[in-house]
Design a protein around this ligand. Structure first.
Ligand code: NI
Length: 211
């Protein structure tokens, strides 16, 4: 079985925006970005993109190690060599956003590409859809004007957050444009960021009964 097929089977029923089609978009976008980045190993880019959400901490009792464990088991099954497993797992471990004021470094070219692709899927039109799907899964309100956005200082407080979905735009999504690693990623993020800001303006106007 190919890695793509394995991931598709594993994430088919996922309904929080981390499903197979999210992985598919990240895979394709990562390849698109990699075309413009010199010297990226496309094999690593593809494996990391395909396996990056195979067991996300958000859905496994906040256990950040599950992704690495699950990916390692699969890579062993397809006889990947030790170096490949290490490179892919390093990316899976470091790809996640961990809070507005938490900086995490990505010391791998392939990782920077996949991280950009993953972040691009969190913003723009698709990002908006995924954010509300995730809010529904977390049982949080769409918006509550009395709850102000929080800029999380630690990964622990970010993980524990249950603020309204609209706050998530301020706590994460609108910050991503400035955290893109690659030139192509930055360019694509600009346009998606503008779209989200337009969406939010309209959202708040409608909230107050305005046109
Ligand atoms: Ni992802």
């Amino acid at each position: 079985m190919s890695t793509a097929k394995y991931v598709q089977n594993t994430l088919a029923e996922e309904s929080t925006g981390h499903d197979w089609w999210h992985v598919y978009r990240v895979w394709k976008t990562a390849l698109n970005i990699a075309k413009h980045e010199e010297g990226a190993d496309l094999f690593i880019v593809q494996l990391a993109a395909l396996l990056h959400d195979i067991a996300d901490w958000k859905f496994h009792g906040s256990n950040s190690d599950m992704g690495v464990k699950t990916a390692t088991a699969w890579l062993n099954k397809i006889d990947a060599d030790k170096e490949t497993i290490e490179r892919v797992c390093y990316i899976i471990k470091n790809i996640s956003f961990k809070g507005a004021n938490v900086r995490n470094k990505m010391n791998s070219k392939e990782g920077r590409i996949v991280q950009d692709a993953d972040r691009l899927d969190a913003i723009g039109a698709i990002g908006i859809a995924r954010t509300f799907a995730y809010g529904g899964y977390k049982n949080v309100p769409i918006y509550n004007p009395e709850v102000k956005p929080k800029y999380h200082q630690t990964f622990a407080s970010y993980k524990a957050s249950n603020s309204p979905t609209i706050n998530h735009f301020y706590e994460k999504l609108l910050l991503l444009k400035d955290r893109m690693n690659t030139k192509t990623g930055k360019r694509l993020a600009e346009e998606r960021d503008v779209f989200m800001r337009t969406y939010l303006k309209k959202f708040f106007r409608e909230w107050e009964g305005k046109e």
